[in-house]
Design a binder for this molecule. Structure first.
Ligand SMILES: O=P(O)(O)OC[C@@]1(O)O[C@H](CO)[C@@H](O)[C@@H]1O
Length: 504
């Protein structure tokens, strides 16, 4: 019946107010607390929650766009000048000089907060993707008023353009020297790992089944943390550990782990182990972050996952060109494996240490030959799209990832792209924050291993985030805290839907 009665007279509406104080609290991201912008209205300039933009003085976006990026570009120019001074042929010197001039132009644009112009057609496969996105969503936008992630990614694409239109320097990596240096300076932690993991399962020889199961779980917890904190290039957790500590870890596992895991604010390691320990001969994927030491930690982790029998194949996803300073390219991947095998980076190392490092290198290079480890570099990873757009802008890649048993995303930048780098409430569940990558048909399990180095935080309870905001103002960028978050994806693994068609 309508509110208008039989005689057509409006009757007062009686509201029944329920007192629902005992219901469970609302989860952010569902029902009343869903995305403030509905998914169909989300686009790269309008993420599900408000974007961080360079002009937001309260955010790390401001610091990065205003100070960090010009400093990084200045250093890149210095590196190129160094290379220029090492040349002898006129043609390549003139060519490189023009690259430097283009970098100086980019510096001017950045410092003058210029409008974002289209990317020049340098023959790369991603030009159309970039220019489509610029035209559709960022016409008239500047470095400071476009969303932070897009503006920052655009700057790295423009830096690539400085070289990609040259004749002799198309693939020059202005960050390569820096990346190699970081690894060479990490000797202590490098050998700490190589001497333990050259033969990671020898302790199992005399162990009972029950002991093996327990030890694997503990090692998985530790290794996940190594892989995680490798992102902060900080292995303090491990290098301070004595034989005694390790013994105590084995005897009092739970307590010890609780102590070392206390800075992981959202922690799904147990759930991840529950997922992985049920997989046999599976396929895992790593969407890589930094080259050098972090990549080395990723490989130690991946090696263990192969040797444990959980995975029979691991696919590593890197970048096609120099990206966000330290991201892994094919050259960095080759450099790591080959310098572990043939290089002499660590002048004070003992024979045993060098031997353990070579043992790892031999095994890892064999994995590559046998197809157990595959390095890939899809162009989508170097675009200005967040991973919310992965199924729509790179359906081939989504289809490919949907065949994985678990996709690990490393580092802060990948986490920003997973979560659309926007001002989501900290208590937003991870699977809500990553949108389509959790909810699409066929979405694989996704793990984010991230030390927190920028503003966006999800999967962390409201009270913890509020306390840290109050007591430790820089906590979101310090790298002191971390999150290890899992989205189980589409549990039924329904066929991926591409443009309305169903996979057979
Ligand atoms: O991705 P990573 O190496 O973990 O972190 C990289 C970082 O330091 O630089 C990025 C770009 O400014 C930020 O997302 C983050 O603060």
């Amino acid at each position: 019946m309508s509110a208008t009665g039989a005689q057509g007279l409006a009757k007062p509406v009686h509201k029944t107010v329920l007192n629902l104080g005992n219901l469970p609290p609302k989860r952010a991201g569902f029902g009343g607390g869903s995305y403030p912008r509905t998914p169909s209205r989300v686009d790269p300039n309008n993420p599900p929650w408000p974007a961080y933009r360079g002009y937001h003085e309260f955010s790390f976006a401001h610091e990065t766009m205003g100070k960090r990026l010009p400093t990084i570009l200045g250093k890149a120019i210095d590196d190129t000048i160094k290379t220029l001074n090492e040349q002898s042929k006129e043609e390549s010197m003139v060519d490189l000089l023009q690259c430097i001039e283009r970098m100086q132009e980019l510096m001017k644009d950045l410092q003058a907060n210029a409008k974002l112009r289209p990317v020049v057609d340098d023959g790369e496969g991603d030009v159309a993707l970039w220019n489509k996105e610029l035209a559709k969503y960022f016409r008239g936008k500047t470095f400071m008023d476009a969303p932070w992630f897009f503006a920052e990614a655009y700057k790295y694409r423009r830096l690539h353009e400085c070289f990609s239109i040259s004749k002799h320097w198309k693939d020059y990596d202005v960050f390569f020297r820096q990346k190699c240096d970081t690894f060479s300076r990490s000797g202590t932690a490098v050998f700490e790992l190589s001497t333990r993991f050259a033969e990671p399962f020898h302790y199992e020889a005399n162990a009972s089944e029950d002991e093996k199961v327990k030890a694997r779980k503990l090692i998985f917890h530790e290794l996940t943390q190594i892989c995680l904190w490798g992102n902060a290039t900080d292995l303090s957790l491990l290098i301070n550990m004595t034989e005694e500590d390790i013994k105590s870890l084995q005897s009092t596992g739970g307590e010890h782990l609780a102590a070392t895991e206390k800075n992981i604010l959202g922690n799904h390691i147990d759930r991840i182990w529950a997922l992985l320990s049920n997989i046999k001969d599976g396929r895992l994927d790593f969407v890589l972050d930094n080259a050098g030491f972090e990549l080395y930690c990723d490989c130690v982790y991946a090696d263990w996952l192969i040797q444990s029998g959980i995975a029979k194949q691991i696919r590593f996803h890197g970048k096609r060109f120099a990206w966000f300073v330290s991201d892994v390219t094919r050259k960095d991947w080759d450099w790591l494996l080959n310098s572990m095998m043939y290089g002499s980076l660590f002048s004070t190392a003992t024979d045993d240490q060098l031997q353990s490092l070579r043992q790892l290198a031999v095994r890892w290079k064999n994995y590559e030959k046998e197809g157990k480890w595959v390095y890939e570099q899809h162009p989508f990873w170097c675009t200005g799209y967040s991973f919310w757009s992965l199924p729509s802008e790179a359906p081939d890649l989504f289809l490919h990832l949907s065949e994985s048993d678990c996709v690990f995303f490393k580092g802060d930048l990948n986490h920003r792209k997973l979560t659309y780098d926007c001002q989501a409430p900290s208590q937003t569940p991870f699977d809500i924050a990553i949108g389509p990558l959790a909810s699409e048909d066929g979405a694989p399990p996704v793990v984010s291993l991230r030390t927190v180095k920028s503003d966006v935080v999800v999967g962390v309870d409201e009270a913890t985030a509020a306390r840290l905001d109050k007591e430790e103002p820089g906590w979101r960028i310090s790298g002191k805290y971390a999150v290890v978050l899992l989205s189980e994806g589409d549990a039924e693994r329904k066929p991926v839907q591409l443009g309305g068609e169903t996979r057979p």
